[in-house]
Design a protein around this ligand. Structure first.
Ligand code: SF4
Length: 349
């Protein structure tokens, strides 16, 4: 599009009048922008606000992040999901502490664990006014609509084409421009339902608006179907305490605590085999119900059971915890929340 630079001034003006007041925008340090951008990946702004404020209270700077206990970090992240984001924050904080200074260019930022092209662009442009773009899903959608691009936005090549379009028009106040594009995508040029074009500052030059193509743009190829995994989850309890275990340090939900669970929907006989020596103390096995949790590439279909024990065989190498400790000390993934509610309801009845 030849006249794409025409969007710059109207967008910046619109942003200055209409942007949302958000905690990470009021005091804009690289640390705060970085943490907020990582939290905002795959997560709604409203959900992030409280997590962000709590995180900043508990871990106010890079050196405290580098030194935070892993369990405490995961506890602060509990419920946000995609826990590798938290682990990578800590890894990156360690590198920054080693280097002695927060990186201030896109090239340096993108080398840090967990910081991809978009996040590096966002920090470099918002905090250091480096003329680089920050292209997230919002920006891909907005620019595809404005210029009338029918390229698949799930394809990396499309992102590179859009970057090429943006490079020549990035203004001195690249911080405001990049944020304006993202904010327009979040508030006006929305992904679901019709965009609110009448309130858009660039509708007069927008291809999608003028050609009535907003419902066809952007083009996004359908996601592949997620793999479905059946799991049997066990709430093994003597009514005061419950068994927890720690997940492997690699892979999905690495290093978090969980209720013992096994692949497939096990029969009662198979459950008794799976719990080993604990079976000597089982009074009964109660089916609690089925629950489901959706990760990005996999769905867990969980069959939850309450395993009632007569006593605590504490000599066995199991982690027994009270429900209060479960709330305050151990980070348990949200995937188990609905099953836990079923267990607590049954325990009380
Ligand atoms: S005019 Fe409509 S489709 Fe075009 S950028 Fe604005 S909100 Fe999006």
């Amino acid at each position: 599009m030849e006249n794409l630079e025409k969007i710059v001034v109207p967008l910046i003006d619109w942003y200055q009048l209409n942007h949302r007041v958000l905690p990470w925008r009021t005091e804009k340090t690289p640390y705060r922008v970085w943490v907020s951008e990582i939290m905002l990946q795959q997560t709604r702004v409203e959900a992030v606000k409280e997590y962000f404020n709590r995180f900043m209270r508990e871990i106010p700077d890079v050196s405290s992040l580098a030194n935070i206990d892993d369990d405490k970090l995961l506890k602060l992240w509990e419920g946000l999901g995609y826990y590798n984001r938290a682990r990578n924050l800590k890894k990156a904080a360690n590198k920054i502490v080693e280097q002695g200074v927060f990186p201030n260019t896109y090239e340096e930022l993108v080398k840090l664990p967990g910081i991809g092209d978009y996040t590096a662009g966002a920090i470099a442009s918002i905090c250091y006014l480096e003329r680089v773009s920050a292209i997230d899903g919002n920006v891909l959608r907005v620019i595809s609509r404005i210029v009338g691009s029918y390229d698949n936005i799930a394809d990396n090549k499309t992102k590179e084409k859009i970057r090429e379009l943006l490079i020549p028009i990035l203004p001195e106040r690249v911080d405001l421009f990049n944020q304006a594009l993202m904010e327009l995508g979040a508030l006006i040029c929305v992904p679901n339902g019709e965009p609110n074009c009448e309130q858009c500052p660039v509708y007069d030059i927008c291809f999608a608006y003028n050609k009535h193509e907003t419902s066809n743009l952007p083009v996004k190829k359908k996601k592949e179907l997620r793999k479905i995994e059946e799991r049997t989850v066990l709430f093994i309890s003597d009514r005061d305490t419950i068994v927890l275990q720690k997940r492997e340090s690699r892979g999905l939900l690495a290093g978090m605590y969980e209720f013992p669970n096994y692949l497939n929907h096990l029969t009662e006989k198979e459950i008794l085999e799976a719990i080993g020596e604990l079976r000597e103390h089982v009074i009964r096995i109660e089916f609690l119900g089925d629950t489901k949790h959706i990760f990005s590439h996999i769905e867990w279909h969980m069959h939850n059971y309450f395993i009632v024990l007569d006593m605590l065989p504490k000599n066995l190498e199991k982690l027994w915890v009270t429900l209060s400790d479960l709330d305050h000390i151990y980070a348990v993934p949200t995937a188990f929340s609905k099953g836990r509610l079923l267990y607590e309801d049954r325990k009380e009845s």
